[in-house]
Design a protein. Structure first.
Length: 206
């Protein structure tokens, strides 16, 4: 199975036909897709003028989309490296973080779905790298009461029916991401859970 870098080389290779280059970009999203596969593809298409079903898009647009994806991947891999080193030091010193923080990192290792958006058409508008920088800043700052990506407080709702392993939890209706629980205080999580019934109606209507 080809890795991310091998697939990226195919996207850039002018000797490959456009259908293969597009296919290779889609396959890259199976290795790294911060919003999940469909939402990340929708995001890249919208930002770089690619028709989602176009089998032969302009090469420059494909490469621009790949550049954005690679920049975001570099941000996340650097954070994972720092996190791994920090955890080694903490374990050596006998320090442990809350279980939910470690569990969240385990589920998102590699960055796939790290800022998952289950609605492919609703996702942050900024670049992937900038969104991940904001998410990382929120993780490093400690628990708060707002979405780390767009800053929304009142737009957080609870999705009670998980569609995947990390599906149940707070969702930001402003930018669409499933907000990592470790970035929210227990009080903020309680407030979001308390609005569960109205949240379900809001998500259904959307």
């Amino acid at each position: 199975m080809a890795g991310f870098r091998s697939l990226a080389r195919q996207v850039r290779d002018p000797r490959c036909d456009l259908a293969l280059r597009r296919y290779s970009l889609r396959k890259c999203l199976e290795r790294f897709a911060p919003y999940g596969h469909r939402a990340t593809w929708d995001h890249l298409c919208a930002r770089h003028g690619i028709e989602p079903e176009d089998r032969s898009p302009e090469p420059a647009r494909l490469i621009a989309a790949l550049d954005e994806l690679e920049a975001a991947r570099a941000v996340w891999l650097a954070y994972e490296g720092d996190f791994a080193e920090r955890r080694k030091r903490e374990k050596h010193d006998g320090l442990r973080r809350p279980g939910s923080f470690d569990d969240w990192h385990r589920l998102t290792w590699g960055g796939n779905g790290v800022a998952r958006c289950d609605d492919p058409g609703l996702h942050p508008s900024g670049s992937l790298a900038e969104v991940l920088r904001r998410l990382i800043a929120g993780l490093e700052a400690g628990p708060g009461d707002a979405c780390p990506v767009c800053g929304a407080v009142r737009g957080l709702v609870w999705r009670p029916a998980p569609a995947h392993e990390q599906g149940s939890g707070p969702v930001c209706t402003g930018c669409g991401i499933v907000v990592p629980r470790p970035v929210l205080t227990s009080e903020a999580l309680d407030r979001v859970r308390a609005g569960r019934s109205s949240s379900a109606r809001t998500l259904t209507a959307a």
